[in-house]
Write a protein that binds this ligand. Structure first.
Ligand code: ATP
Ligand code: MG
Length: 137
């Protein structure tokens, strides 16, 4: 059974949307097997998004991710990585399908409410970035 790393981003935690977003995950058959609220530093956000270091929006993205607490979580289910990205919707909320998290809640392409791992390799690295073995059962 597959696991993926999800982040409820600062724009969503600020608006107290954690429960509404989690309900969409659970309704889709994803199980929240670990979850915590943390405040990222700029350095921690930068390391997490280092694959985007050369993109023009990298600085803005790191500042945004460090601007308020986030909720990091591990979601589990059959095909969890793809299922989570389906529930999230397209990166730009203007392109996101109705009923997805980003269609319903995201404010812009940058402040888009959620992150989800995009492949098994990145899911493993991202889960280990935030959670220790003891926190995962
Ligand atoms: P995530 O990795 O957060 O799950 P994603 O895989 O849909 O989102 P990526 O292309 O990996 O999208 O971009 C990572 C994040 O960078 C986006 O979620 C968004 O917050 C930000 N981002 C992407 N494109 C832009 C852009 N054109 N302008 C500003 N921010 C952007
Ligand atoms: Mg991505």
């Amino acid at each position: 059974i597959e696991r993926t790393l999800s982040i409820i981003k600062p724009d969503a935690t600020r608006r107290n949307l954690t429960g509404k977003i989690n309900a969409k995950f659970e309704d889709a058959g994803l199980r929240i097997v670990a979850q915590k609220r943390i405040q990222l530093t700029m350095a921690q956000a930068g390391k997490f998004y280092e694959v985007h270091a050369e993109r023009p929006f990298y600085g803005e993205l790191c500042e945004f991710m460090a601007s308020a607490p986030v909720v990091v979580q591990v979601l589990e289910g059959e095909g969890a990585i793809a299922k989570n990205r389906e529930v999230m919707g397209a990166t730009n909320p203007k392109d996101a399908a109705p009923g997805t998290v980003r269609a319903d809640f995201a404010e812009s392409v940058g402040e888009n409410s959620v992150h989800g791992s995009d492949a098994p390799e990145t899911a493993a690295v991202e889960i280990a970035y935030f959670f220790s073995g003891l926190e995962l059962v």
